[in-house]
Ligand binder design. Sequence first.
Ligand SMILES: Cc1cc2nc3c(=O)[nH]c(=O)nc-3n(C[C@H](O)[C@H](O)[C@H](O)COP(=O)(O)O)c2cc1C
Length: 198
Amino acid sequence: MDLSDAPAPLEQFAQERANAFAAGDAMAAVCTAASLGDRARLDIRTLVLRDLAPGLGLFANRTSVTADKWAFWLRAVFAVQTYWPSQHVQYRMQCRAEELGQELVARSWLQRPDAPKRMDWLYERYPQSSVIASREALVRALDEVADDQTAIAPQSARGLRLTPIEIERLFLGTDNGVHERTRYTLQEGKWQTETLIP
Ligand SMILES: Cc1cc2nc3c(=O)[nH]c(=O)nc-3n(C[C@H](O)[C@H](O)[C@H](O)COP(=O)(O)O)c2cc1C
């Protein structure tokens, strides 16, 4: 067991993610997030992962009818995973989540492309993940979102700051084919480092 805080796992994560972006890795922008919903239903989603200082960020819409995901995300520790094929590296994290201030959410929201902005406004009338009669009905409803509405974020746009408390890095790109697996656990503000059997 090693109690030194080097290498700082979040710095290594940021560096490897930057390398993945530089290599044109399509997976660099996203993560897979899993949480336990109500009645112990397991939900897994691909979400865009943002860099925040400190921590990481997720943006979503609180209208979703899927197992009241927002309430569950704020209540529980939940799991986030990334895999960047270009870097031969997987990260798995256990994270605590806290809601981001609406001002920061509103500012970030303005950087979204037009179609997701329109979708966010559509959710005000048609909650995300609810059933609609057809794709044609969806496109018609989307056309009814006024152009000037997309100038500001709807109230239902939300953001989360993730604070990882456990990070596991699995590196597959070793010369001898023996994968490198390291677990970092945050204890009293320091990262405890352990080598795991891959
Ligand atoms: C590449 C990609 C990026 C995505 N990014 C987001 C995102 O940042 N926020 C989000 O709410 N959903 C995002 N989604 C959609 C989610 O995976 C999911 O389908 C949606 O949030 C509905 O989930 P729900 O059933 O929990 O409401 C993304 C999907 C893909 C494939």
